[in-house]
Design a protein around this ligand. Sequence first.
Ligand SMILES: Nc1ncnc2c1ncn2[C@@H]1O[C@H](COP(=O)(O)OP(=O)(O)OP(=O)(O)O)[C@@H](O)[C@H]1O
Length: 245
Amino acid sequence: MPISFEGCGFGYHRGSRVFTDLELSLPEGRTALLGPNGSGKSTLLCLAASLLHPRTGRVRYRGLDPARRRDRARYRALVGWMPQGIRPLPGLTVREQVGYAGWLKGMPRRTAWRRSLAALETVELASLADRRCSELSGGQLRRVGLAQTLVHEAEVILLDEPTAGLDPAQRERFHEIMAQVGERSHLIVSTHDVQDLADAYGSVVVLDEGRVGYAGPVAGLMAHGGDTPAESIEHAYRRLVAQEV
Ligand SMILES: Nc1ncnc2c1ncn2[C@@H]1O[C@H](COP(=O)(O)OP(=O)(O)OP(=O)(O)O)[C@@H](O)[C@H]1O
């Protein structure tokens, strides 16, 4: 059922390659996507979100190939994506911005408007629904970004470093919301946050220079490491990406 990459090759420029023949099935449930800077995490999420298309091979979900024009709208309605930076749309309120995201995904305007409030309730922002997005804090804006993926009830939600730069309290809050959202959607979350791994995720995919170093349960990754869980994850991850332990 998960999104799969079947022999995918991708590079931003002629002659450069981020992925060569990538074979990967993203696990179900909550999955952390780890990897050093530049290893290809955002690119992989963009391919999964159908913002980019592979030059060779294909991405598939529920038999849909987003590179095919006839599959694209349905695919995009099933898969939500939250980029690293959420930009407030000039002049729009929080609810309007979330509703607009639903409309862009093909929902009727009224339905998008109605569901936008439910999405804001899930991310605990309903009380700010009428506030302009441009007036929100960075942490609140991330939650608007998450609500934008919830409004169209995506089955798979891709989050690109959603907690980077948040203070500990905001990060914890975001994790709690992700846990709630993860009960009804599959979550793929790119992160550098190795500490929270065992509590927050069931599976992990480790990328290193465009190759998959590990894909499977968090417990399986820990088996590569030291004695205590936290040490174990850190060690296992660093060994996989050939960083000094
Ligand atoms: N828009 C772009 N144009 C050209 N090259 C790009 C572009 N975006 C990314 N790259 C290159 O593609 C490779 C993978 O980058 P990507 O952003 O996917 O890595 P990442 O793992 O998400 O990194 P980070 O952890 O720093 O966000 C890097 O070599 C990067 O320089």
